[in-house]
Design a protein around this ligand. Sequence first.
Ligand SMILES: [Zn+2]
Length: 432
Amino acid sequence: MARGWGGIWVIAAVAAVAAAALLTSGQPSAVDWRRLRAVALESDDWGLAGFVPESDAWSGLERETLSPGHFPAVYWNSTLEDSASVARLAAVLAGCRGRDGRPAVLQPNYVMSALEWNGRDWGRRDLPDLPVAYERPGLWRAVAEALAAGVWYPEYHAAWHYDPERRRQAVAAGGPALAAAERGIMLFPGSEAARELGPWRTTAELAAELDAGLAIFRRAFGRPAGAIIAPDYTWDGRCESLWASRGLRVIQAKREQRHPGLPPGAFGRALKVLERQWARVGHPDRVYLERNVRLEPVQAPDPAHVVASALAQTETAWRRGEPAIVETHRVNFAHGEPELAAEGRRALAAYLSGLAAGGGPRPVFVVDAEIAALARRGASAIVAGGRQILRNGSNSRRLVACAPSGNGQPGLVSLWLLDTGFHGVAEAGAGH
Ligand SMILES: [Zn+2]
C-alpha cells in the first residue's frame, strides 16, 4: 500500500516538473535582444475595403439597426487607406533612422480580397483591384514608392476578414444589411462574430481560401508572404497546420489568440496558457511572435499617454530580452475623419523620436521575417525596396543565403558571409 502511494507521489512530482518545464520554456534565441534593441511595427487591416468607403456612407442610415456587434467606436468610420495616407505615413517612417542607418519600417498586414455588391449579385475584387466604392486613385503607386523606400514590408492578414458566406446570407435577408451593402459598407448583422477562421468553416474551404489569398499576395507584392496574423485573433490548430503546410511559419500574436473551442473563465485561460506552451514545444518549426507594445493612439482619450506607455513597454521588452513588437492598427493612420489619421501619425512620430531620445543606443527597425531568422540562426537576409538587408546579430561569423528577387525563383540565390554585428545593405543582384 505504502509503495503504491509512493509511486503516485513520484508520478505527481514528475508531472509537476514536466508541467513547470512546459510552462516556463520559451523559444530559444540565437541573438541577445537586450543588445540588439530591435523594434517591429505590426499593423493590421491594410487593404481592407471597409468598414465604410467614406464617413458620409452613414448619412440617412441608422447604423445601430445594423447590429454588427461590438468594436471600439473609432471603427465606425474606419476606411480603406488612400494614396495620401500611405505617402504621409511613409514620410513619417522615412524621417526616423535606426542605428544601422535604415529607416523605420512598417509591416502592414494585408487583407487580399473584397466582396462587392453590384445591386443584383456579388462580385469579388482582389488586390490591387478594389470595389468601385473604394476607388483610391494613385494608391498602388504610393504603396510602390513606400516599398522602394524600404519603409513598407507587407505580410498576410486575411482573405476577406470575415466569413463571406455569412455576409451573403445577411444581405440576402434584405433590410439594413442590404441598405449597407448598397452603400459599400462592409458591416452586416453579426459581422463581428462572423470570423473568417471560425470553427464552423470546413478545412477544405479554408485551405482553398488561403491558397487563393497567398497567390494574390505574391502577385501584388512580388514575393511570398512569410508571416501571418489571424483576423480578430481567432484561429484554431487546423489553421496553424494549414499555414505551416504553405510555408507560413511565423505566427503573430499567439498570446492574443481567441480559441473558439475553449471554455470561458479561469479554466479556459489556464488551458490557453497550456496550449500556447504546448504549441511552442510541439512545433519547433514555427516561430511565435508576441506583441508586447501597444500603440493605438486613436482609441484613447490621451494619445500622449499612449506614446509614453508604448516607450516604457519598449524598454521593458528589451530588458526582458525580447524584441519590441508594436501593435498599431491601420485605423490609426487611415480614417474617414482625416484629423484622426493626422493624430495617429503624430503619435507614431512621437514614439519614433522618443526611441531615439531614450538615452541608450538607437534601436534597429526590423520585420517579422528578420526576427524569426535572427532568433533561429543569428543572422537574417530579406529583400526590401529592391535591396538585400543583411544582419548578423550573433557573436560569430554567419553565412546567409538570399534570393535577390525575393520571388522564390530558382537560380537567384546569393550567399553572404557576415561579420559579427553586421547590419548592412546590398543592391539586389550584386551577391557573390
Ligand atoms: Zn484585422
